[in-house]
Design a protein. Structure first.
Length: 124
């Protein structure tokens, strides 16, 4: 199994970086793990809805550049809801969608999710 964790922005907190490295080391006998940090879109703190949508679309395109069409995609967000996690766990083994099944265009999966979020992108 190959797990790729793709995030927007550089992880600056040393304790988190060290924790991820330790976790990846412990997982290495069982799976291949890769963490990718894509650049966040530079933007001012105050943005209109259209500007937020554009920023999220660009970041989504950067994320999807690393997602293979046959990959199982799970999108996580700070403002996500816990009900979705329970549903995900129930359906994980039987019907996890592929990136190809979720989207016919290269950025629709991430853009669809990202544009539903009303929060401005985090600055890292």
């Amino acid at each position: 199994m190959f797990i790729q964790l793709i995030g927007v922005g550089k992880l600056k907190e040393k304790y988190l970086v060290m924790g991820i490295q330790e976790y990846a080391k412990r997982l290495s006998p069982y799976i291949k793990f890769q963490m990718i940090e894509v650049a966040d879109e530079k933007a001012p703190d105050t943005l209109s809805e259209a500007e937020v949508r554009q920023v999220k679309e660009r970041e989504g395109e950067r994320i999807l550049a690393h997602v293979k069409s046959e990959a199982h995609v799970i999108v996580l967000a700070i403002d996500g809801n816990s009900g979705a996690r329970k549903s995900l766990l129930r359906n994980w083994t039987s019907s996890a969608p592929t990136a190809q099944a979720m989207s016919s265009s290269s950025s629709a999966v991430a853009t669809d999710y990202l544009t539903r979020s009303s929060a401005a992108p985090s600055r890292s």
